[in-house]
Design a protein around this ligand. Sequence first.
Ligand code: ATP
Ligand code: MG
Length: 217
Amino acid sequence: MNSPITLALSKGRIFDETLPLLAAAGIEVAEDPEKSRKLILATSRPEVRVVLVRASDVPTYVEQGGADLGVAGLDILLEHGSAGLYQPLDLGIARCRMSVATRADFDYVAAVQQGSRIRVATKYTQIARQHFADKGVHVDLIKLYGSMELAPLTGLADAIVDLVSTGSTLRANHLVEVERILDVSSRLVVNQAALKLKRETIRGLIDAFAQACTKTT
Ligand code: ATP
Ligand code: MG
């Protein structure tokens, strides 16, 4: 009997885009999280179960051993810090980018050149702090938990740092992307103790995921 394995996923795009990778590893999830309120889902492999957590809680679960492995966006991993996590694989799923956006009538380039202090609203304060420090730009960071687009429209901030994929949310709110910070995709993260104790099962999963994502990307 293989060791029991717990995989932490967040509902939505990460769950949806991880399903084909699981299928490639011979794992079907028994239930649809959108139709059930269960937080622990059995799979077709008796030793593998999925736990559903908030995207930003995946690193904590995996680091502390609440799950053996998980899938998390690079944005989440950079914000959380991932020193305690083994990251064997970029799965290439949930792709987007982290960008700076402003109102169309805000001259970001001029503000940077003039060395003005820029008020930046974001959920991603670590990534933003690092980015502007690297550029030598002075910023006042304003921590928000959602609807970042509203901040420049209400005068709360000059700019936002947020995830962008198609840009349609920015466009709908008359914001423009003025700088790309980094490309984001989701990574497989593994608890370091689990990797040692359940090496065979976890290695098997990593290899199956690796094969599946080279096929699809
Ligand atoms: P919640 O929506 O519950 O507040 P969340 O926004 O962190 O949490 P998701 O929206 O499911 O959760 O995003 C999960 C991950 O998917 C993000 O951490 C990021 O890596 C990626 N992601 C976010 N938005 C997009 C997008 N528009 N396109 C592609 N990938 C995205
Ligand atoms: Mg979201």
